[in-house]
Design a protein around this ligand. Structure first.
Ligand code: FMN
Length: 439
């Protein structure tokens, strides 16, 4: 048994709580009660202790209570130690539905998936500078974007067709995000509508726009989102023409199902299960992405969007400056999770260029490859106003539904708070370029 830690060296001054924790630790270590069931109950009590106990929550009991399947894969959302553990769990769940093509769809980048992987790997090129002797027991993770307060800077990215991973699609993800105070951007082509998602979220979600190549449809989509209270339209600009989603195509070959029931050719058929298009005449649409869009399209859209207009997919300082000239309110630095072009360029690597180009006039958000609370901190340090996750929350959704998304967000929040404390940042504003060094 570990020796009790002297009170004065603990970061937590709540003596009552420490006494309880010590007692629980003592019980857990006692040979009289240390059966797996008792240990697991104690672990869940320890895990449920409030944020004040975070500094101590990385308790040895946490892992000893885990039940892994014979394949070493987690069997409950609460057992995950990091977001990566949801990936094999999600794969298992999707393959159990005999849907390898859906798995390929989620995982795929383009060509050799080099850009997809570069997004995450590039975070290792930034090191974090710890700061000592700062009382960081109370940490405020909230951010303010366009006057909205988000409890956490981590938001859910638009991911189309969530219905392939959960019966309620975006509604389930929104419920989890809303309860934890995270914002969410709903994809135009999710199965759930912006109205239902906003209701489940508890406050209006943002709407990602694929405008199509028919202006009347663009207008109808924007009005539908605004009628649901949506304060921000996020136009995705990184999908010109086709793409080579090789990983998807490879997995598709393994899929034995007849997919024509859902994937019937023709735009109207394609969007017939996409709630945001319900009742909209799409007979003149030939393309979802509005291929051929130019800055004059941004001007035209600016003219009808009543709330905030953001561009998603900007990856150069020059385009960021152009966006300013066209009255855009915010940018989301993104390469579509490595699903647009195989540039090899990680989003974190171009963030500083874009932040410097806009010079604080509009908020710059980022996504791509974010898998740890330390990644979140690094992106904020370089100048992001908020940080999005795509695949990780879908892994949570596909494997365990709402509890899966909840746990993914909880893990990232916990990791983020932990690293904030170690850098002496008491609020997000105190995370600055000095917080990181580039290797
Ligand atoms: C399966 C899948 C579907 C996506 N669908 C959309 C979409 O409908 N609209 C959009 O703007 N971005 C879409 N994205 C890109 C995400 O919004 C986001 O940029 C990306 O997933 C972030 O990278 P990450 O997955 O590494 O976290 C999609 C990504 C994935 C993985």
């Amino acid at each position: 048994m570990e020796k009790p830690t002297p009170l004065k060296s603990l970061e937590i001054s709540d003596r009552g709580m420490i006494a309880r924790r010590r007692f629980l630790n003592f019980l857990a270590a006692s040979p009289l009660v240390a059966t797996p069931m008792v240990a697991s109950t104690i672990a869940s009590i320890l895990a449920s202790m409030p944020d004040r106990s975070l500094a101590q929550s990385y308790d040895v009991l946490r892992s000893s209570a885990r039940t892994l399947g014979p394949d070493g894969i987690i069997t409950a959302a609460g057992d995950a130690l990091n977001v990566f553990e949801f990936e094999p769990a999600a794969k298992k769940a999707v393959l159990a539905q005999e849907a390898p093509a859906h798995w390929g769809y989620l995982e795929s980048g383009v060509d050799g998936d080099v850009t997809r992987d570069a997004n995450n790997a590039a975070y290792a090129r930034y090191n974090i500078r710890a700061k000592r002797l700062i009382d960081a027991r109370k940490v405020d993770t909230s951010v303010k974007i366009f006057g909205e307060t988000w409890r956490s800077p981590i938001f859910l990215c638009p991911v189309s067709s969530l219905g392939a991973f959960d019966a309620e699609a975006g509604v389930t993800a929104a419920r989890a995000a809303g309860k934890r105070g995270h914002q969410m951007i709903l994809s135009t082509v999710d199965n759930a509508s912006i109205a239902d998602v906003s209701k489940a979220h508890g406050s209006p979600a943002w709407f990602q726009l694929y405008p199509t190549d028919n202006w009347a449809v663009t207008q109808a989509l924007v009005s539908r989102a605004e009628a649901a209270g949506c304060p921000a339209i996020v136009l995705t600009v990184d999908r010109q023409g086709g793409r080579n989603t090789e990983t998807l195509f490879r997995m598709r070959r393994q899929d034995q199902r007849d997919c024509s029931g859902c994937h019937t050719p023709g735009f109207a058929n394609e969007v017939s299960r996409k709630a945001n298009f319900a009742g909209i005449d799409v007979s003149k649409v030939t393309n979802l992405y509005g291929t051929g869009m130019t800055w004059s399209f941004v001007d035209r859209l600016r003219g009808i969007v009543k709330g905030k207009l953001l561009l998603k997919g900007i990856v150069t300082g020059a385009d960021a400056k152009e966006a300013l000239r066209h009255g855009v309110d915010g940018l989301l630095v993104s390469n579509h999770g490595g699903r647009a072009e195989e540039s090899g360029q990680a989003t974190i690597g171009v963030l500083a260029e874009i932040v410097d180009a806009v010079g604080g006039r509009i908020p710059v958000l980022i996504d791509g490859g974010v898998r740890r609370g330390t990644d979140v901190l690094k992106a904020l340090a370089v100048g992001a106003a908020a940080v999005g996750i795509g695949r990780p929350y879908v892994w949570g959704l596909a494997s365990f539904g709402e509890p899966g998304v909840d746990r993914v967000l909880q893990i990232l929040d916990d990791e983020f708070i932990t690293i904030m404390r170690q850098t002496g940042a008491l609020n997000v504003g105190q995370i600055t370029r000095d917080t990181v060094t580039r290797v």
